[in-house]
Design a binder for this molecule. Structure first.
Ligand SMILES: Cc1cc2nc3c(=O)[nH]c(=O)nc-3n(C[C@H](O)[C@H](O)[C@H](O)COP(=O)(O)O)c2cc1C
Length: 207
């Protein structure tokens, strides 16, 4: 595998590692082809961790915040509300880096920030928010029923505005980030803690 950015002499510099981790996330949010553009988010409910893939929509390096979009009617909403917390997992094989992040999480629904994100959504990506039923509902007939509804782009820009009622921007204020790096000469691991967007501690961990 090709040399990664972490295989330079700077890899022993924990500040450099932290900087690159946030840069990777920020790049991933802007680049559809980036391996971290899709991430896994985990919620806790009862005895199980519930995990699912979502698109990383925005990363604010300054404030250490991560964002994704979802439907207010989806099951994850109640799970996020119950704990106020969310876990995130990102992996980039080309940089042999896994990131585990977590922190307090809020929902933006019908507010200014939700509006800002909604205005930037593509016409085609609004269709899910326009369906009369939310996600995870059993279909009455067969699967082609949903194909028809999802492949119909006949709605106008004005009609698509109704989807805003179901649109949510989920925001995590990261308070913990752990980097795990696999390397032939020795795996590396580092843990970073934040408070209100400010780095409060950093430490190398045994891998
Ligand atoms: C590649 C990929 C990207 C996805 N992106 C999103 C997303 O950005 N937001 C979202 O709510 N669901 C997304 N999903 C669907 C979720 O993985 C999940 O199935 C859905 O949100 C229902 O989850 P829930 O029942 O736990 O709420 C995506 C699925 C895949 C395979």
């Amino acid at each position: 595998m090709s040399q990664t950015i972490f295989e330079t002499s700077q890899t022993t510099d924990i500040k450099f590692v932290e900087h690159i981790c946030w840069q990777m996330l920020s790049d991933a949010a802007k680049d559809r082809k980036h391996p971290m553009h899709t991430v896994v988010i985990g919620t806790a409910a009862g005895a199980l961790a519930h995990m699912r893939t979502v698109v990383l929509r925005r990363v604010d390096i300054e404030t250490r915040k991560l964002y994704f979009h979802t439907d207010i009617r989806s099951a994850k909403i109640d799970q996020i509300r119950a704990t106020g917390q969310l876990s995130w997992l990102a992996y980039d094989p080309s940089r042999r880096s896994q990131l585990r992040l977590s922190g307090p999480t809020i929902l933006h629904h019908g507010n200014e920030l939700a509006r800002l994100h909604w205005e930037k959504t593509q016409h085609y990506s609004r269709r899910c928010y326009l369906l009369p039923d939310g996600p995870s509902q059993p279909l009455m007939h067969d699967v082609s029923e949903v194909d028809e509804r999802l492949s119909s782009f006949s709605y106008s820009k004005e009609e698509s505005e109704a989807g805003f009622d179901h649109f949510v921007v989920v925001e995590t204020q990261v308070d913990s980030m752990e980097w795990y790096y696999t390397y032939s000469r020795g795996n590396r691991r580092a843990l970073f803690s934040y408070h209100a967007g400010a780095l409060v501690s950093q430490a190398w961990l045994t891998p």
